[in-house]
Design a binder for this molecule. Sequence first.
Ligand code: 5GP
Length: 190
Amino acid sequence: MQLLEERIRNSGKVFPGDVLKVDSFLNHQLDIELLDAIGAEIAARYGDCGVTKVLTSEASGIAVACFVARYLGCPALFAKKAKTSNISSNVWSAVAHSYTHNNDYTMVVSREYLGADDRVLLVDDFLANGCALRALTAICREAGAEVVGAGIAIEKAYQGGGDELRAEGLRIESMAKIASMDENDGITFC
Ligand code: 5GP
């Protein structure tokens, strides 16, 4: 998506540790027009998949998920981060590794809101190594829900998570794909 690539080029900041900061428009301050365009595009690509629920994880995926869900006409659902000691039997859960915080945490989704009748589109702001998508997929598997694919705002393609998941059969549509990223040389798109 040209609009998103331009915005990343103009406002994104590359930090050590392969972290791209997009706080000014995607996951802290939110550019509603841009999010609306991203939501419309992801929804258009999955418009014929019978999606019943858009699933993301808190907190940074929620904004993108809301706009996708708005265009698909279904609820957005976000997995919450739980204290491992506090997992009840009323939730589906999976352990994920946080890319930005470099720790493991447990994602939970209430059993009330995800079940075997659901056709799920996974959504996130970033795709790096694929841990977040794997944990969301595991939650859907536990719930018996079908995953139709994933819609991602920014895929850091050089980190390989997307290609691994595609090779395993997951459909992934990314609105911007970064081929390389460097504090000095800047950002190159695929
Ligand atoms: P993965 O689980 O695919 O390794 O990483 C995806 C998750 O980590 C996303 O939910 C996102 O919040 C976070 N993330 C990964 N890379 C970046 C990045 O470069 N910048 C920001 N802001 N978040 C990232």
